[in-house]
Design a protein around this ligand. Structure first.
Ligand SMILES: [Zn+2]
Length: 87
């Protein structure tokens, strides 16, 4: 399992990670990769901030953000069709 594979996999699972949809093993894998990968570490933090913002501190448990929001953030984080502006 190479770094590039881990990176691709992590980028795809960032939203699942913060939503708690990954099993223990998968979370460990993403955790470990995000520590070594600035891109994924940043993506993880952005996802967390987004989840908190969407759910709100007093929001009812189990409310999920629309998938499109995650798709947009994921695309930005992965440098997909709309690469983020970087200095
Ligand atoms: Zn990565």
């Amino acid at each position: 399992m190479g770094y590039a594979d881990d990176h691709q996999w992590s980028q795809r699972h960032l939203s699942h990670y913060v939503e708690g949809d990954l099993n223990h093993r998968a979370r460990r894998r993403l955790d470990r990769h995000a520590r070594d990968c600035a891109d994924c570490g940043r993506g993880l933090r952005a996802m967390r901030a987004l989840v908190y913002a969407v759910h709100g501190l007093d929001g009812p448990a189990g409310v999920r953000a629309p998938a499109t929001i995650f798709d947009r953030v994921r695309l930005a984080g992965a440098g997909g069709s709309a690469p983020p502006q970087r200095a």
